[in-house]
Design a protein around this ligand. Structure first.
Ligand SMILES: Cc1cc2nc3c(=O)[nH]c(=O)nc-3n(C[C@H](O)[C@H](O)[C@H](O)COP(=O)(O)OP(=O)(O)OC[C@H]3O[C@@H](n4cnc5c(N)ncnc54)[C@H](O)[C@@H]3O)c2cc1C
Length: 373
């Protein structure tokens, strides 16, 4: 087998986390190569809800640290990638018989403002029912109790991942697409990684394979301290613009879903679902039940002339969240990540479990700080 050049670090997975770590290590002067079995950003990093957010609903589960860190990352991303990440208004209408009262939502929003820090000037506020009614003609006004508006980040996940990859490449990082890692050998001196076109060598190997991580660990016989639970989420892309601004709505069972207009494509994105998956990642697909779930909940809020039909669906996408394994209910799990480092002589193996698009900057810095460079 052909022996390639030796690098400081090899990374499996060119999603946002693999590319983010590659960029961070390249900035620190390390030679890095990344392998992806598909295209840059072709995994979960192009199937997200495209929100750069602290995660308002994690406050309900008291994950203050996670929300705070993500909000700091959000601020940094709006400064570092102003053309790709921007703050936009989100509306939160609260209806009678909904699972949360206006005072609960208002309190969470004020806490969210505080956690965003003093530099964050776009504070949440209450919106009058008249103002909401005239701007959102497709939404029901009966039973409406209160409406709030707050700001959060939007991006294009695939463009962001490609940009981070390009920034890493500009610093000398090599990214091999359509290159599946098939075998790994770890000795005290060196790590060897076999791909279809040769063997690559480095002292450090990073496994950033997102929801594929358990399958990769099992296939490559790698040591690990964690595992993941896979929770799928679908997005519907509907013809036309249902609302003028993004909004969050509540299901009867305390879950939330969003409706986000995409004016450039003249479409509306609706998401998302949460379903635990046991099949291999590549075998998971959207089900009719997932699609029905979103359409039924959405239609409960729309005036009769605006209700969505199956024919209005342009596209459906599905992604898999990699939640660090726990025995809790999947909807209660935190999106917190774990960096799992294994050392053997001079060799180091680092697994990246979990994480969000929003937190890739802090995750990448922490990963680089953990390694012996
Ligand atoms: C429905 C949904 C909505 C979400 N919404 C948001 C959101 O709004 N905001 C947010 O911050 N986060 C969101 N997330 C989370 C976020 O999208 C992910 O945490 C993030 O994209 C994970 O990136 P990653 O680099 O770890 O994994 P991935 O992007 O999945 O990258 C892993 C890569 O590894 C590659 N790979 C796998 N096996 C091999 C192999 N053997 N050899 C070579 N390559 C391999 C795959 O091809 C893939 O490209 C969402 C997730 C989902 C599923």
């Amino acid at each position: 087998m052909k022996i390639g050049p030796e690098y400081d670090t090899l990374i499996i997975g060119a999603g946002i986390n693999g590319c983010g770590i590659a960029h961070e290590l390249s900035k620190r002067g390390r030679s890095v190569a990344v392998f992806d079995k598909g295209k840059i950003g072709g995994g979960t990093s192009s199937k997200s809800s495209r929100l750069i957010h602290g995660g308002l609903r994690y406050l309900e589960h008291l994950h203050f640290g996670l929300v705070y860190e993500a909000l700091q990352d959000r601020t940094e991303l709006t400064h570092s990638y102003p053309d790709l990440v921007s703050l936009v208004p989100f509306y939160l209408p609260i209806y009678h018989n909904g699972p949360r009262r206006p005072v609960t939502v208002w309190t969470a929003l004020k806490l969210y403002d505080v956690l965003a820090g003093r530099r964050h000037k776009r504070h949440s506020r209450r919106v009058s029912l008249d103002e909401f009614g005239s701007s959102f003609p497709n939404l029901r006004k009966d039973q409406l109790r209160a409406v709030f508006r707050y700001y959060d980040g939007r991006t294009n996940d695939l463009d962001l991942t490609r940009r981070v990859a390009r920034d890493a490449q500009a610093l000398g990082c090599r990214i091999y697409e359509q290159t599946c890692v098939q075998a790994v050998r770890i000795s005290d001196q060196i790590i060897e990684v076999d791909t279809g076109d040769g063997t690559h060598r480095a002292k450090t190997l990073i496994n950033a394979t997102g929801p594929w991580i358990d399958e990769v660990i099992a296939r490559l016989h790698l040591p690990t301290r964690f595992g993941i639970r896979k929770v799928s989420g679908i997005h519907l892309f509907l013809d036309g613009l249902l609302t003028p601004h993004p909004m969050f709505l509540q299901t009867t069972s305390k879950r939330i879903f969003f409706v986000i207009p995409e004016p450039k494509q003249c479409q509306t994105m609706v998401g998302t679902t949460e379903r635990e998956e046991t099949a291999p990642v590549d075998d998971v697909g959207a089900t009719e039940e997932d699609v029905r779930y979103l359409i039924d909940h959405l239609n409960r809020y729309l005036v009769s002339g605006a209700r969505v039909r199956h024919e209005d669906i342009r596209d459906v996408s599905i992604g898999i969240r990699a939640l660090v394994a726990s025995r809790e209910d999947p909807t209660d799990l935190s999106r917190e990540y774990q960096l799992d480092l294994h050392e053997q002589g001079q060799s180091q193996l680092l697994h990246v479990f979990g994480g969000k698009l929003t937190t890739f900057l802090s995750l990448s810095r922490k990963a680089a700080n953990l390694l012996r460079l």
